[in-house]
Design a protein around this ligand. Structure first.
Ligand code: FEO
Length: 395
């Protein structure tokens, strides 16, 4: 069903209440999501993006109710990832001649995924524009690596709408469509989770792109992303948030992440939390058992932290496998300007704290000394070591 956004621009996407994971199972979805496509009906009729392939029939039914498909002049594919291009094969089967406006990299991704090199691709780059009549045009802005090499945004003059694709989105099902009508707590929780878990590795590019877009001095009345709520009241608020998040964001928070075999490493984690509270009462301290907490939610807390502490017992001269997977994800997200410490109990060989320290350094953290390496269950004296770590992290 198409729903009015402004003047001759409508939303025609899918509010995906049932979605529980994204990027395979790599990203947890707790409040649904949406794939937002947009229909522009000026002198030219234009579609911006589509939806994920499981919804392609529903999408096409809605599109054909909204317009005569023969009236569609072209489609803009802002990004080739299948959550936005999934209905393209069905659409192209009905309109094989339809011009597709996209970046050169998007041609590669679309051909790679759908194997139709004969489609009518029209490659665009930053600054290119297309007249859509009624005194309005679409201007393209490449958004390379935000978050794929093929990503692009499309700006509509006259109505001043930025179709930003993945940037400024959230995995959040908002039936009301607009950010000002959404639950604000969930909206911002999902926006920061999305940034921390998807966009953070590209923060230097986010910062540069925001500067570039601001320098264009374009009036922006609406930011219409491809996931979640549409920003229409003070749309610059999400750009300002991104500018802040892209600049090695941190709050006065320290997050402790651990796994444990027989509760020894857990005791160290809890002692460290108590010591941090003594050393720095204003600092928010959070503790997460890696095996029992959603990994993306923990990563959001890491993103908000000025320092983290990571603990694992030694098993098989290594760290627990739950921690190995999480450390790999931590490395991928390329956090900057955060301190870290390591700790862990062991029975026999005791490699885990050193291994964690090495991995934290490789992940870009400023690792502080000392680490806590405790044989068997911690004694009162062993627990006393955590205060020195707390002092270093809180400095
Ligand atoms: Fe929402 Fe990169 O796809």
């Amino acid at each position: 069903m198409k729903r009015l956004i402004k003047n001759n621009v409508s939303w025609i996407g899918k509010v995906d209440w049932e979605l529980t994971t994204f990027h395979g199972d790599d990203y947890s979805i707790t409040n649904g999501s949406s794939q937002n496509a947009y229909l522009i009906e000026e002198e030219k009729t234009v579609l911006i993006d589509t939806v994920w392939s499981p919804h392609d029939k529903e999408f096409m039914r809605n599109l054909e109710k909204a317009i005569n498909l023969e009236k569609l002049d072209f489609i803009v594919v802002n990004h080739g990832e299948v959550d936005h291009s999934g209905a393209l094969p069905f659409l192209m089967s009905k309109r094989p001649d339809l011009p597709i406006y996209c970046t050169a990299n998007a041609v590669k991704s679309l051909v790679g995924q759908f194997h139709h090199p004969e489609w009518n691709f029209n490659v665009v780059k930053t600054g290119d524009s297309v007249d859509i009549g009624n005194g309005k045009s679409l201007v393209f802005v490449e958004m390379r690596m935000l978050h794929w090499p093929d990503s692009m945004a499309t700006y509509m003059t006259g109505d001043n709408i930025l179709f930003s694709n993945d940037a400024f989105g959230q995995h959040f099902a908002v039936e009301e469509l607009f950010a000002d009508l959404a639950d604000q707590c969930t909206l911002w929780e999902q926006a920061i989770k999305y940034y921390a878990n998807i966009l953070n590795p590209f923060s230097p590019l986010v910062a540069a792109k925001i500067k570039e877009v601001v320098a264009l001095n374009l009036p922006i009345d609406i930011i219409a992303p491809s996931h979640g709520a549409i920003w229409r009241e003070n749309p610059l608020q999400i750009i300002e948030a991104y500018a802040k998040w892209a600049d090695a964001y941190q709050e006065d928070q320290i997050t402790i992440v651990y796994d444990t075999m027989w509760e020894g490493t857990k005791q160290l984690a809890h002692q460290l939390a108590a010591d941090l509270q003594k050393v720095s009462p204003e600092t928010t301290v959070k503790v997460y058992h890696i095996g029992r907490t959603d990994k993306n939610d923990i990563m959001t807390q890491v993103f908000k932290s000025k320092a983290i502490a990571v603990g694992s017992p030694t098993v098989g001269q290594n760290i627990l496998s739950s921690m190995s997977g999480w450390m790999s994800f931590l490395t991928e997200l390329k956090f900057k300007k955060k301190k870290a410490a390591s700790f862990g109990c062991y029975g026999w060989s005791g490699e885990s704290p050193k291994l964690l320290s090495d991995q934290l350094k490789a992940a870009g953290f400023d690792v502080v000394e000392p680490m806590a390496r405790v044989n068997w269950n911690p004694t009162e004296e062993d627990l006393g070591q955590m205060m020195a770590i707390a002092e270093e992290l809180a400095k």
